[in-house]
Design a protein around this ligand. Structure first.
Ligand code: FAD
Ligand code: DHB
Length: 390
């Protein structure tokens, strides 16, 4: 089988890339190890930055987002006894939207299905070939067990942190940077109306807590827990007590409403960057090339920014012009490192290490961010997101 771009991975990076390429008149085939239902139901990111929303709207994917998403002007930052609102619109003119990754994925699948996009789900043994030539290919076994080879002009590795694409860049040219954090998040989804109008990021001596949401009747919460935490050790009661303590239930008349927990998981936290993001005719995008800790809500937005750059670069490449493809890795990595720094900074400011000196520095930083317009604007500019192509 022949196509112009073979895309590995049907997550948000892979599906959005196929959508953007189609808009440029470029054909693609997508291959994915999991089932369509599994990919669509994974509970992951919840916040879209301004440029992500602009891109989704501009490419015909904004209808449900506009009807069901919630625009937020900013966030609350808090520590015991104090809660401060940062108004991103006032500070930067940009805002963020609450719209889950599950919903973005459904919109992408609906658009690609309507357009007749070929997606192979439940494939096995994905392998990449001849990447240093101008006729690369991808082989796999399809859901019926038949062996398939997709020949293409380029291969897009959108296969997340555990896919094979990153390791197809030879170790002689690949560089990797990693920071593993000494804590994890325990995340829950609950059938209860949010107890806040906008997200609350809370520093607390017992550890960080985040009150997020998915809709007017579904809330999302996270608490900092030690690495290797078992869900068995966290009863519903223990989770709600930790959230109430850390989020300040009872302070200044604020109360945390609780409800049935419908999903729970423990998420390890790390920063990771692999370079270059292009080798020969292989181009990496999204989690395949980089991971950020979730504190800055950047993972999904960064995947979207990568493919927004990659689609025009591949469209030009298949038509014989290589300059955008040649600059893709360097251009994408500027934003990747900015978001890597921001996510590390938010994580370091808000998670407790047990060291009293660290705690004083964190509180000093929080007070500065919440009392100085320059400090607040720096956080706001990064959180609401820099323009694509920054
Ligand atoms: P993915 O969504 O991982 O998609 C990659 C796809 O490639 C997957 O569907 C995978 O099955 C497929 N694949 C893998 N191997 C192969 C193969 N061999 N052949 C074919 N296909 C393959 N970000 C936030 O901003 N906020 C959050 O709260 C948040 N929570 C998260 C929770 C979890 C558990 C995880 C893992 C991530 C979370 N993220 C969060 C990060 C965010 O979800 C990711 O950054 C985003 O999904 C990246 O999209 P992607 O398409 O690059 O990768
Ligand atoms: C969510 C996750 C984040 O990491 C974050 O910073 C904000 C919101 C969420 O899942 O809703």
């Amino acid at each position: 089988m022949r196509t112009q771009v073979a895309i590995i991975g049907a997550g948000p990076a892979g599906m959005l890339l196929s959508h953007l390429l189609a808009a440029e008149g470029v054909g693609s085939v997508v291959v994915e190890t999991r089932s369509e239902e599994y990919v669509a139901s994974r509970i992951r990111a919840g916040i879209l930055e301004q440029s992500t929303v602009d891109l989704l709207r501009a490419t015909g994917l904004g209808e449900r987002l506009d009807a069901e998403g919630h625009r937020h002007r900013g966030i609350y930052l808090q520590w015991p006894g104090e809660r401060h609102h940062l108004d991103f619109v006032d500070l930067t003119g940009r805002s963020v939207w609450v719209y889950g990754q599950t919903e973005v994925q459904k919109d992408l699948v609906a658009a690609r299905t309507a357009a007749g996009q070929q997606v192979y789900y439940e494939v096995g043994d994905t392998a990449l070939h001849d990447l240093e030539t101008d006729h690369p290919s991808v082989t796999f076994t399809d859901a019926s067990g038949a062996e398939v080879r997709v020949r293409a002009d380029a291969v897009a590795g959108c296969d997340g942190s555990f896919g094979p694409s990153r390791c197809a860049v030879p170790s002689s040219v690949r560089q990797q940077w990693e920071r593993v954090y000494p804590y994890s998040w325990l995340g829950i989804l609950a059938d209860v109306a949010p107890s806040t109008d906008e997200l609350i990021y809370a520093w607390h001596p017992d550890g960080f807590a985040l009150h997020s949401m998915r809709s007017s009747s579904v809330s999302r919460f996270y608490v900092q827990v030690p690495n290797d935490t078992s869900l068995d050790d966290w009863s519903d009661d223990r989770i709600w007590t930790a959230l109430a303590d850390r989020l300040g239930h009872g302070q200044d008349g604020w109360s945390l409403e609780t409800g049935p927990i419908t999903d729970r998981s423990v998420l390890p936290m790390r920063s990771f960057v692999a370079t270059p993001m292009r080798h020969g005719r292989l181009f990496l995008a999204g989690d395949a090339a980089h991971i950020v800790p979730p504190t800055g809500a950047k993972g999904l937005n960064l995947a979207v920014a990568d493919v927004a750059l990659l689609a025009p670069a591949l469209a030009a490449l298949v038509r014989g012009s290589s300059s955008l493809a040649d600059s893709y890795s360097d251009t994408a990595l500027r934003r990747v490192w900015r978001c890597t720094h921001f996510s590390w900074w938010m994580t370091s400011m808000l998670h407790t290490s047990g060291d009293p000196f660290d705690a004083e520095l964190q509180l000093s930083q929080l007070r500065w961010v919440c009392s100085s317009r320059a400090g607040a604007a720096g956080l706001a500019e990064n959180y609401a997101g820099l323009p694509i192509g920054f």
